[in-house]
Structures are given as C-alpha cells and as structure tokens.
Design a protein around this ligand. Sequence first.
Ligand code: ADP
Ligand code: MG
Length: 257
Amino acid sequence: AADHEYPLQVDNLRKSFGGITAVDGATFRVERGTLTGLIGPNGAGKSTTFNLITGVHQPDSGSVTFNGEDVTGLEPHQVAGRGMVRTFQIARELGEMTVLENMMLAPQNQIGEQLWRSVTPGLRGRVVDQEAELLERVWETLEFFEIDHIAEEYAENLSGGQRKLLELARALLTDPDVLLLDEPFAGVNPSLERRLVEHIHTLRERGYTFLLVEHDMDLIMENCEHVIVLHQGRVLTEGTPAEIKANEEVVEAYLGG
Ligand code: ADP
Ligand code: MG
C-alpha cells in the first residue's frame, strides 16, 4: 500500500445538511510524506470534508480513494483499519479514565470492538501477547509525546495542550498511514504548539502523511509543503505556501468571507 504516491484522493465530494451545502464538489489529493494544509474561512466545509474522508458522514456523491482502494462510505473503524484516522476530542466519558487507560482503549475504539470480541478461546494466548505488545507501544508513544509522566492522571485533569497530545497519541496507536488533524493547536500554548509541530515533523520524516486544518496562517505557511484552499465547499486553489500567499483570490476569499 505504501507505494501510492498520493495515498489520499478525493473526487467531486458533495454533502448537504438540509438546505445547507457543506461540501460542494471538493476534489484534491494528498502526496505521501507531506504535511499538507487545508485552509479556508469558517464554514468552508473543512471539518465536513474530514468527516466524509474518515467515514463519520456519508457523502451524497463523489468518492474517497485510499491507497488505490475506494473507501467511500465505509465505517470509521474500517477506514481506520486501513490506515487513515482523524483525531477526535477526548469524549467526556473518557475523562474519567487515566491517560494510560485511554491509550489502551484507543485501538479498540478506532478499529472496532467487534474485532476484539470475535477472538475465540483458542486464540487467547495470542491476545495476551498482543496486549503486551500494545502496552509496549503505548509507553513508547507516551514517551515520544513526553506525556509518560502523566500516565496515571485522569484525562479530565489534563491541560488543553496535554489533551491535544493525548489525542494525537491515541490516533497514532492505530498505526495509521495518513493522519487528519482538525485544529490540533486550538487552546494550546505557544511552547507546547512548537513541540507539537516538531513532533508532527518528526513523524512526517518517518513516513507519515498529514492533512492539517489550522486557522493560524503563519503556522500553515511555515510548516506545510502544499496548501489547499477550500471555499464554499470546493477547492478555490492549491499550491506551495509562496503561491498561495501571492494569490489575490485567496486573500479576497478570506477577507470577503
Ligand atoms: P469548517 O470546518 O470549514 O468551518 P464545516 O464543515 O464545519 O466548516 O461546516 C460547513 C457548513 O456545513 C457550515 O455551514 C455548517 O454549519 C454546516 N454543517 C456542518 N456539519 C453540519 C451538521 N452535522 N448538520 C448541519 N449542518 C452542518
Ligand atoms: Mg471546522
């Protein structure tokens, strides 16, 4: 699967909610190993696009191709199982669990509990091995994000920034190929934001591919190789940060709403 130069491809994606067209023919692709930015004014359809890509919502029409496979309309756990995840805010119920417990539950949550329940008694030994392996990966991931010292802390007691790190750590545990990050720096202080950006660059160098929605234009322009501009549910333009900054249409879309 890792041989597709463009692991994610979106073609003519459409989605309406009642009378509101949230995504209106979005077409773009994301190159492997890049940090690609998806920008656009409020209500442009960025979050809905993420939801359509990861199976949270079904598109009215259009398609999503992941590593050459049509994944349009699959359930989120099926898309995650193939290697494409988006980060989710830690739900309230998960706040009453520790960071470690949140991490141990991440693969079940994302890949689907059915899969774990369907394990027959004869395979239990293998499950125990898998749990030991999972625990090892959990600690590695916590250490990578420098949140291993708060492993026993309840998630509800974390700062906004620590929560963002945990969300990213959870997404990584599913062993994805492509990660979709929807405003991962919201509520994060500048020093933690720099750390998060560094972590993302390190992961990108290891071969992960990122699609990033972020309001801070300086952050997008300084860190992304490629930028896609969404406006009214479709791609207005795309290019390198330098090309985007020089595009008057983009400036107008932002200023004119
Ligand atoms: P962005 O993330 O770019 O700010 P969204 O994808 O969240 O934009 O929203 C695009 C449009 O779709 C907005 O007008 C929003 O109100 C609408 N929308 C998004 N999700 C829903 C929903 N679940 N039900 C109704 N309208 C929605
Ligand atoms: Mg949004």
